[in-house]
Ligand binder design. Structure first.
Ligand code: G3H
Ligand code: 13P
Ligand code: ZN
Length: 286
């Protein structure tokens, strides 16, 4: 089927109380593994490309790969720009055929973030493209900041209400204790804050930095209104671990297909497990 928007995926996720996985892709093997996992699990799915992914793969190529995979799929697939920071980049993605974009103004002061997001929402909604924004700062595990420093960047529920009303954004990424990249210890999510934000904004919440978050914490986040879950690091690690193992087992092998094929299978398994935890597995019932 044709690519769908994230906004189109949300009503059923809200009704049934599950989250749709948003999996980062930079190349053919990842696109194939993500769609194969969605097919096997009968799950809706979001494939997202970061600005880094677009620089690596090329905007036209990554769009064409995802569109082609979606057209052959029986499950709905959305193509989303992850952490777009530049208005012009967002416009290029919309023109290329992305069905959803994130405009990440989280490093800006509140009013500047609002102004940037409003500008994107106005254009994107005019052409039927969904918009995600970020309030608070999610950051990376590699940034050596203390827990209390990180908490200073958590999303404020009052601000979230103001932000959503002022921007008309479709989904909101929040800072509640997750971070991008591999965690050193176990992340502690601020579920009370999540509940407070959700009660105020009433729109689907997005959880970034979800790799390495224990399955039970993910389930609790979904129960409190998280409807899109971003996963990148767990995919990179699952794929690369298998690739390293195959290369070690078969040091003479030089056919990339024999090395990348098993890594792609391992990746698909990681994704299928996530879909089961998110509750999106089995939700496509045609
Ligand atoms: O949140 C960021 C994603 O994991 C994408 O990472 O910018 O290295 O492609 P990247
Ligand atoms: P992880 O790499 O920590 O899973 O984060 C992914 C993400 O938030 C992409 O936007
Ligand atoms: Zn992110």
């Amino acid at each position: 089927m044709s690519l769908v928007t994230i906004a189109a995926l949300m009503p059923q996720a809200e009704k049934e109380g599950y989250a749709v996985g948003a999996f980062n892709a930079n190349n053919l093997e990842f696109v194939q593994a993500i769609v194969a996992a969605a097919e096997r699990q009968k799950s809706p799915v979001i494939i997202q490309a970061s600005q880094g992914a677009i620089n690596y793969a090329g905007l036209e190529q990554i769009t064409a790969m995802v569109r082609t995979a979606a057209q052959a799929a029986t499950v709905p697939v959305a193509l989303h720009l992850d952490h777009g920071t530049d208005f012009n980049q967002v416009m290029r993605c919309i023109r290329a055929g992305f069905t959803s974009v994130m405009i990440d103004g989280s490093k800006l002061p509140l009013q500047e973030n609002i102004a940037l997001v409003r500008r994107v929402v106005e254009v994107a909604h005019a052409v039927g493209v969904s918009v995600e924004a970020e309030l608070g700062r999610i950051g990376g595990t590699e940034e050596h900041i203390t827990v209390s420093d990180r908490e200073a960047f958590f999303t404020d529920p009052d601000e979230a209400e103001t932000f959503v009303k002022a921007t008309g954004v479709d989904t909101l990424a929040v800072a509640i204790g997750t971070a991008h990249g591999p965690y050193k210890g176990e992340p502690k999510l601020d579920f009370e804050r999540l509940e407070a934000i959700r009660a105020r904004v009433g729109i689907p919440i997005v959880l970034h930095g979800s790799s390495g978050v224990p399955d039970e914490a993910i389930r609790q986040a979904v129960a409190r209104g998280v409807r899109k879950i971003n996963i990148d690091t767990d995919l990179r690690q699952g794929f690369t671990a298998r690739l390293r193992a195959v290369m070690a087992e078969q040091p003479e092998e030089y056919d990339p297909r024999k090395l990348l094929g098993p890594a792609r299978e391992a990746l698909q398994q990681v994704i299928e497990h996530k879909m089961q935890v998110f509750g999106s597995a089995g939700q496509v019932r045609k």
